[in-house]
Write a protein that binds this ligand. Structure first.
Ligand SMILES: [Fe+2]
Ligand SMILES: [Fe+2]
Length: 267
């Protein structure tokens, strides 16, 4: 059954962190690798609002269902970032607004350039851009949810696992919307299929790679998607992409992970 925007809107809301013992991390701290992963995830969740700003300049803003979704989606992602900030703060780290302000300050000039090029490209692509955006969103949400699942499995800390489980449930709602909209819109238009295939093949990179330093992307690729278990997860995402109309055989995740893992050794 296709998830409608109405059912998503009814379920969307602030992440429930009741009963999550953030203070407990002071006695049972997470590993250095888990914290490094969480810093990345924190920054990306908080970057959602900037991504949303870019999207609203595109034809996506004319579709009322898409904008309803985006409003709820950005709100949920904010609270994922806030919950991860609580974990980092319990470890004595700066998180939330000060960390986000630093990140945005570093990206000021790059941001301006990206907004301009994003706007230009999406205007040329017209309605097909919305199909591309939905497909891109589906790949990113599949990857994000899988990344949280891998982190929970690797760290095996019950408090972190419970928090990530709750976040992953909401990421599942994002997946339902993006993936069903992508399949429907791609199924209706060969032009959208071609544009999406071209963009995914040539432009898609792992979530956060446009924002985070390459060393951090490489670390995450190796830590979360390295080894046979990580590889199996990446291959599963590639198979999901294969099922989107016109997107068969791209091998996005496995290729990107190979490239990033090779690029910079994980420190
Ligand atoms: Fe999220
Ligand atoms: Fe999400």
């Amino acid at each position: 059954m296709r998830t409608t925007i109405d059912s998503y809107k009814a379920r969307a809301g602030r992440l429930n962190t009741d009963g999550i013992d953030f203070e407990g991390f002071k006695d049972y701290p997470l590993s250095a690798e888990a914290l490094r992963s969480l810093r990345y995830m924190h920054d990306i969740e908080h970057h959602t609002i900037c991504y949303l700003r870019d999207l609203l300049l595109t034809p996506a803003h004319r579709d009322a269902e898409v904008t309803s979704f985006l409003a709820c989606w950005a709100f949920e992602e904010l609270w994922h970032g806030e919950a991860i900030a609580d974990v980092l703060e319990a470890h004595g780290e700066s998180a939330g607004a000060p960390r986000v302000a630093n990140l945005r300050e570093r990206r000021k000039w790059r941001d301006t350039m990206e907004v301009a090029s994003h706007f230009g490209a999406s205007t040329l692509a017209g309605a097909s851009f919305v199909a591309l955006h939905m497909s891109w969103g589906a790949v990113n949400e599949w990857t994000t949810q899988a990344g949280y699942a891998r982190l929970a499995a690797r760290e095996a800390n019950p408090v972190l696992t419970e928090l990530l489980k709750r976040i992953m449930k909401q990421e599942g709602g994002h997946i339902d919307f993006y993936a069903s909209e992508a399949a429907r819109r791609l199924g209706e238009s060969k032009k959208a299929q071609k544009l999406t295939r071209f963009a995914l093949k040539h432009l898609w990179r792992p979530v956060g790679s446009g924002v985070m330093p390459k060393s951090e992307v490489a670390f995450l690729c190796r830590f979360l998607f390295g080894g046979s278990d990580g590889r199996a997860v990446a291959e599963r995402i590639d198979r999901r992409v294969d099922k989107l109309p016109g997107q068969d055989g791209l091998g996005l995740l496995t290729t990107a992970i190979d490239n990033f893992s090779r690029l910079t050794p994980a420190a």
